[in-house]
Design a protein around this ligand. Sequence first.
Ligand code: ATP
Ligand code: ZN
Length: 283
Amino acid sequence: MKTLKIAIQKSGRLNEKSVELLKNCGLSFENYKSSLISTVSNFPLEILFLRDDDIPEYVQDGIADLGIVGENVISETEVDVSYLQKLGFGKCTLKLAVQNNSDIQNINDLNGKAIATSYPVILKKFLDKNNIQADIRTISGSVEISPGLGLSDAIFDIVSTGGTLKSNGLKPFADVLSSEAVLIGRKGEESNPLIIELIQRIQSVLRAKETKYVVLNAESKNLDKIVKLLPGVKSPTVVPLAEEGWVAVHTVIPERDFWEKISLLKSAGAQGIVVMPIEKIIL
Ligand code: ATP
Ligand code: ZN
């Protein structure tokens, strides 16, 4: 079968997490900082290390079969690729922001104003949709300093924590697009068995990240109450302890309501609760 190629960011915010995800999928490869291509030894896959901006086009044109890239970059490059899987990292939002003392309060106030951005395509679409005529000034970096220099009245840029905006005396006033890293594929290749296998591996890693493995001890008389609190993959595993009248309960708990569940379990009589990370969940 033809070796697949996946394009990931060479260096930058998505590189480390992309490499980690592929390694967690059981793929072995060398990750030399200097090389542009790496061969996976235990799966027919090659990894191409590229600038993130080039990834959508490489996938669209078939130079790579798959890619990991931010949704923001895909929208900006307007390519025709298929979205295969959201990956849960590289989360950020494209926002409009102005200086703290600006009289621009809402998007309609942007009429006739200059907006600096590295995302002219996404911004233009947003302004057109809202019937706003503004002057888009495309700059490639350090967009956040442009209002302070008098180069624009507002900016349109990526925000994750908001720290960069704040330190430049800017405040966000409208969210336009939220983004995270996604796995993209070339159109028409979705039924390739190697791609399906890789997506399944990725999904099992993502599922495992969202859950914890929990083991707890309880008196048998409290078992019913405790089991009712546990959703688990199926029902929990219950094992008798050496001490008469006691059991150990093994289960998985979603990360998102973890602390709430733990305190409910404690009040229902759970003791000696041990929590472990899960590597993979294969359904
Ligand atoms: P390259 O050298 O590959 O072109 P870059 O400088 O364009 O890299 P990075 O800053 O490494 O890109 O960001 C890569 C992606 O990470 C962004 O396109 C976006 O999807 C995501 N991201 C998450 N948080 C942020 C953030 N605070 N600022 C910028 N990008 C972020
Ligand atoms: Zn880039």
